[in-house]
Ligand binder design. Structure first.
Ligand code: MG
Length: 253
């Protein structure tokens, strides 16, 4: 029987293997460096629940609708109420982050599509439905949070009639080539009252009531349109950010 510690050749060899393995495990891994030089991400004050981030374009702060044209909406008490036609932004937007708050009428009138109907149209043609969908059934791809006639929301996160609700939208504009052929569809991610209801959904084209969705080439930037569907839906705190990335770095040769 061998005594311990044993310094025979086999034991010394085995011990050296163990020590080499321990040394390899304890050595820090070589750091991966991409070689890309990134610009410093701009500092943005994210604001709080009521205030927009510091780099947002405020479209409606509760006082006036001067960023919009059309309609004859009533502005009072920090909100705007639908009447007299839809409104659209004077400025055009493409890819963006859009925040808005809405409340369907506290007094419930009508049913289905006739109850608290409005809608926010990105680029004047891609509608995210606004509807009172609190205990109010309609066709699923037309309920609140639907990409109209293309996809229902993943879940129904609606609040009660009259309560303020939020939409936080991340929209990637579609891209067309020089011949007007679609090369990249529009994508949309939506949080309704903080709940994800669309996660990078690829739009099949414009959202129509009477036609299947399809794309028609259009400019890179177009107004945001908010619909008058005959119901006095209220809006407040509407802002938009255009810098949604990706951030671009350079790789020196
Ligand atoms: Mg609508």
């Amino acid at each position: 029987m061998k005594s311990w510690p044993c310094f025979c050749g086999n034991c010394v060899f085995a011990a050296s293997l163990v020590l080499a393995w321990i040394a390899a495990k304890s050595r820090p891994a070589d750091e991966y460096l991409s070689g890309i030089v990134w610009p410093e991400p701009p500092i943005v004050n994210p604001g709080d629940a009521q205030k927009p981030p510091s780099d947002a374009i405020v479209l409606f702060d509760g006082t006036d609708l001067s960023a919009f044209e059309g309609g004859n909406w009533k502005v009072e008490n920090g909100y705007a109420e639908v009447r007299g036609g839809g409104i659209k932004t004077k400025q055009g937007f493409g890819s963006c982050q859009l925040h808005l708050e809405f409340a369907t009428p506290a007094e419930v009138v009508g049913k289905g599509q006739g109850r608290g109907n409005s809608g926010v149209f990105l680029m004047e043609r891609y509608e995210l439905q606004i509807l009172d969908s609190y205990e109010n059934k309609t066709y699923f791809d037309g309920q609140c949070g639907a990409i109209y006639k293309q996809s229902p929301p993943t879940v129904n996160a609606s609040r009660k009639p009259g309560e303020w609700q939020t939409y936080d939208i991340i929209f990637e504009a579609p891209q067309f080539d020089g011949e007007g052929k679609l090369v990249k569809p529009a994508y949309i991610t939506v949080l309704h009252n903080g709940v994800v209801i669309h996660n990078h959904f690829a739009l099949q084209g414009g959202t129509f009531f009477d036609q299947p969705p399809h794309y028609t080439a259009h400019p890179d930037k177009l107004p945001i349109y908010i619909q008058d569907h005959g119901n006095p839906v209220r809006f407040r705190n509407i802002w938009i950010r255009e810098n949604i990335g990706p951030i671009v770095g350079t790789k020196p040769k």
